[in-house]
Design a protein around this ligand. Structure first.
Ligand code: DQA
Length: 148
Protein backbone atom coordinates (compact mmCIF):
# COMPACT_ATOMS: atom_id res chain seq x y z
CA UNK A 1 0.00 0.00 0.00
CA UNK A 2 1.23 3.50 -0.83
CA UNK A 3 2.23 5.91 1.99
CA UNK A 4 -0.80 7.75 3.24
CA UNK A 5 -0.48 11.55 3.22
CA UNK A 6 -3.43 13.48 4.51
CA UNK A 7 -4.10 17.19 4.57
CA UNK A 8 -6.18 18.23 7.58
CA UNK A 9 -7.60 21.60 6.63
CA UNK A 10 -9.62 23.94 8.83
CA UNK A 11 -11.47 27.06 7.81
CA UNK A 12 -12.53 30.28 9.53
CA UNK A 13 -12.79 30.51 13.32
CA UNK A 14 -11.41 27.03 13.92
CA UNK A 15 -8.18 28.62 15.14
CA UNK A 16 -10.29 29.62 18.16
CA UNK A 17 -11.15 26.08 19.22
CA UNK A 18 -10.80 25.57 22.96
CA UNK A 19 -11.80 29.18 23.65
CA UNK A 20 -14.72 29.46 21.27
CA UNK A 21 -18.13 28.25 22.56
CA UNK A 22 -16.62 25.23 24.37
CA UNK A 23 -20.10 23.92 25.19
CA UNK A 24 -20.55 23.34 21.43
CA UNK A 25 -17.02 22.75 20.15
CA UNK A 26 -15.25 21.30 23.20
CA UNK A 27 -12.21 22.41 25.16
CA UNK A 28 -9.42 21.10 22.93
CA UNK A 29 -7.51 23.62 20.85
CA UNK A 30 -6.74 22.96 17.20
CA UNK A 31 -3.10 22.21 18.06
CA UNK A 32 -4.28 19.61 20.61
CA UNK A 33 -6.52 17.98 18.01
CA UNK A 34 -3.72 17.92 15.45
CA UNK A 35 -1.25 16.50 17.98
CA UNK A 36 -3.70 13.75 18.92
CA UNK A 37 -4.21 12.89 15.25
CA UNK A 38 -0.47 12.51 14.70
CA UNK A 39 -0.20 10.33 17.81
CA UNK A 40 -3.18 8.15 16.86
CA UNK A 41 -2.07 7.57 13.26
CA UNK A 42 1.74 7.27 13.36
CA UNK A 43 1.78 5.75 9.86
CA UNK A 44 0.15 8.78 8.27
CA UNK A 45 2.11 11.80 7.00
CA UNK A 46 -0.06 14.77 8.01
CA UNK A 47 -0.06 18.29 6.67
CA UNK A 48 -2.08 20.63 8.90
CA UNK A 49 -3.45 23.88 7.53
CA UNK A 50 -5.87 26.46 8.91
CA UNK A 51 -6.93 29.78 7.47
CA UNK A 52 -9.53 32.43 8.12
CA UNK A 53 -9.50 33.18 4.37
CA UNK A 54 -11.53 31.32 1.77
CA UNK A 55 -8.99 32.00 -1.00
CA UNK A 56 -6.11 30.56 1.00
CA UNK A 57 -8.05 27.33 1.51
CA UNK A 58 -8.65 27.08 -2.24
CA UNK A 59 -4.99 27.74 -2.98
CA UNK A 60 -3.88 25.10 -0.48
CA UNK A 61 -6.20 22.56 -2.09
CA UNK A 62 -4.87 23.33 -5.58
CA UNK A 63 -1.29 23.25 -4.32
CA UNK A 64 -1.83 19.74 -2.89
CA UNK A 65 -3.44 18.60 -6.13
CA UNK A 66 -0.59 19.97 -8.25
CA UNK A 67 2.13 18.71 -5.92
CA UNK A 68 0.62 15.22 -5.97
CA UNK A 69 1.14 12.47 -3.43
CA UNK A 70 -1.83 13.37 -1.23
CA UNK A 71 -4.23 10.55 -0.43
CA UNK A 72 -6.98 12.83 0.75
CA UNK A 73 -8.18 15.82 2.69
CA UNK A 74 -10.08 15.97 5.97
CA UNK A 75 -11.85 19.33 5.81
CA UNK A 76 -13.69 21.31 8.43
CA UNK A 77 -14.74 24.30 6.37
CA UNK A 78 -16.47 26.03 9.29
CA UNK A 79 -19.13 28.51 8.19
CA UNK A 80 -17.95 28.30 4.55
CA UNK A 81 -19.68 24.91 4.55
CA UNK A 82 -23.01 26.64 4.38
CA UNK A 83 -22.47 29.14 1.57
CA UNK A 84 -19.16 28.89 -0.27
CA UNK A 85 -19.82 27.88 -3.86
CA UNK A 86 -16.17 28.78 -4.53
CA UNK A 87 -15.06 26.10 -2.07
CA UNK A 88 -17.52 23.62 -3.52
CA UNK A 89 -16.20 24.29 -7.03
CA UNK A 90 -12.61 23.90 -5.81
CA UNK A 91 -13.41 20.51 -4.25
CA UNK A 92 -15.04 19.48 -7.55
CA UNK A 93 -11.99 20.70 -9.45
CA UNK A 94 -9.51 18.43 -7.67
CA UNK A 95 -9.19 14.66 -7.89
CA UNK A 96 -8.12 14.20 -4.23
CA UNK A 97 -10.97 12.81 -2.09
CA UNK A 98 -12.24 15.28 0.49
CA UNK A 99 -14.01 14.21 3.68
CA UNK A 100 -16.24 16.87 5.24
CA UNK A 101 -16.05 16.93 9.03
CA UNK A 102 -17.73 18.97 11.75
CA UNK A 103 -17.29 18.88 15.48
CA UNK A 104 -20.97 19.63 16.05
CA UNK A 105 -23.92 17.90 14.42
CA UNK A 106 -24.82 20.59 11.89
CA UNK A 107 -28.18 18.91 11.25
CA UNK A 108 -29.21 19.35 14.88
CA UNK A 109 -28.46 23.09 15.01
CA UNK A 110 -29.83 26.34 13.58
CA UNK A 111 -31.67 26.15 10.27
CA UNK A 112 -28.90 27.95 8.33
CA UNK A 113 -26.37 25.31 9.42
CA UNK A 114 -28.48 22.38 8.23
CA UNK A 115 -27.49 22.99 4.64
CA UNK A 116 -24.00 22.11 3.42
CA UNK A 117 -23.14 23.25 -0.09
CA UNK A 118 -20.03 21.05 -0.13
CA UNK A 119 -21.47 17.65 0.92
CA UNK A 120 -22.47 16.69 -2.61
CA UNK A 121 -18.90 16.98 -3.85
CA UNK A 122 -17.24 15.37 -0.82
CA UNK A 123 -16.47 11.65 -0.58
CA UNK A 124 -17.92 11.37 2.93
CA UNK A 125 -19.35 13.41 5.80
CA UNK A 126 -18.79 13.13 9.55
CA UNK A 127 -20.60 15.46 11.90
CA UNK A 128 -21.26 15.59 15.62
CA UNK A 129 -18.49 13.61 17.29
CA UNK A 130 -16.46 16.52 18.63
CA UNK A 131 -12.72 16.15 18.07
CA UNK A 132 -13.34 12.48 17.22
CA UNK A 133 -14.89 13.66 13.94
CA UNK A 134 -11.37 14.32 12.66
CA UNK A 135 -10.21 10.85 13.75
CA UNK A 136 -13.20 9.24 12.07
CA UNK A 137 -12.49 11.25 8.92
CA UNK A 138 -8.89 10.02 8.82
CA UNK A 139 -10.04 6.45 9.53
CA UNK A 140 -12.52 6.72 6.66
CA UNK A 141 -9.85 7.96 4.25
CA UNK A 142 -7.48 5.14 5.24
CA UNK A 143 -10.30 2.66 4.55
CA UNK A 144 -10.82 4.21 1.12
CA UNK A 145 -7.08 3.89 0.37
CA UNK A 146 -7.03 0.25 1.51
CA UNK A 147 -9.93 -0.61 -0.76
CA UNK A 148 -8.21 0.97 -3.77
C1 DQA B 1 -18.50 23.67 12.38
C2 DQA B 1 -20.01 23.97 12.21
C3 DQA B 1 -20.21 25.26 11.43
O1 DQA B 1 -21.59 25.53 11.31
C4 DQA B 1 -19.55 26.42 12.12
O2 DQA B 1 -19.69 27.59 11.34
C5 DQA B 1 -18.14 26.16 12.47
C6 DQA B 1 -17.76 24.84 12.98
C7 DQA B 1 -18.26 22.44 13.29
O3 DQA B 1 -17.14 21.95 13.31
O4 DQA B 1 -19.18 22.00 14.00
O5 DQA B 1 -17.29 27.04 12.42
O6 DQA B 1 -17.95 23.37 11.10
Amino acid sequence: METISILVMNGPNLSRLGKREPEIYGTLGLDDINRELSASFPGVAFDFFQSEEEGELLEKLFHCEDQGGFSGVVLNAGALTHYSIALRDAISAVSIPVIEVHLSNIYAREEFRRKSVISEVCSGIISGFGADSYHLGVRGLIGMMERK
